[in-house]
Design a protein. Structure first.
Length: 207
């Protein structure tokens, strides 16, 4: 099964990706994770990507496509995959269709107010990487799981959130119509709790 998760920042893609990969035994392929891994290991690709990001630019489409194409050739993808963060625009979607067409694109519909609340209240642990929300942990600076330091992502402030949503609306939102025309779009209401969302996705996938 070849799946794509589509939705705005803060729509819950990452949470559902973890559930789905465990349930369906699929590799979770996130371009963001690939980029961060290469940057942390200071590979030639990582240095190139870091320079691009530090300049305030997005990784070029052609480079992103090649990275994903190479990843999908890995043995763990032979029975399918779950793509998160790719494709990001129509160019990338058309490129993907040329070498590995997805079966289903799961689109998370979430109200803008809900996204703002989720992102501006999100907190992360520097040690274990777990994600929390101030609705659950308040303003605690200590991770309830491992005791690590809790911090706020630099782009989880109101101004950055607005900018990220504007980029999504311009570049990524058109993918909804693109895949709808192909009959591959599965819309889910992402405003609800994670259990209900997962149940709807599995039902839509016939599982």
């Amino acid at each position: 099964m070849k799946l794509i998760l589509l939705g705005a920042p803060g729509s819950g893609k990452g949470t559902q990706a973890a559930f789905l990969c465990g349930k369906l035994h699929l590799p979770h392929i996130s371009t963001g994770d690939i980029f961060r891994d290469n940057i942390n290991r200071q590979t030639a690709l990582g240095v190139r990507i870091k320079n691009i990001i530090d300049a305030g630019d997005f990784c070029p489409d052609d480079l992103t496509v090649e990275i994903v194409k190479d990843r999908l050739l890995s043995p763990d993808c032979k029975n399918g995959y779950l793509l998160d963060g790719f494709p990001r625009n129509i160019f990338q979607a058309k490129a993907l269709d040329e070498f590995d067409k997805p079966d289903t694109v799961i689109n998370f519909d979430v109200d803008i107010k809900v996204i703002h609340h989720r992102l501006t209240g999100r907190r992360l642990c520097r040690k274990c990487g777990n994600s929390y929300h101030i609705d659950n942990i308040g303003e605690s600076k200590i991770c309830p799981s491992c005791g690590g330091e809790i911090y706020v992502r630099a782009d989880d402030n109101p101004v950055s959130v607005e900018e990220r949503l504007a980029v999504y609306q311009e570049q990524t939102f058109p993918l909804k119509e693109y895949y709808e025309k192909q009959g591959k779009l599965l819309n889910v209401d992402g405003n609800r709790n994670r259990e209900l969302i997962l149940a709807d996705i599995l039902k839509g996938l016939g599982i």
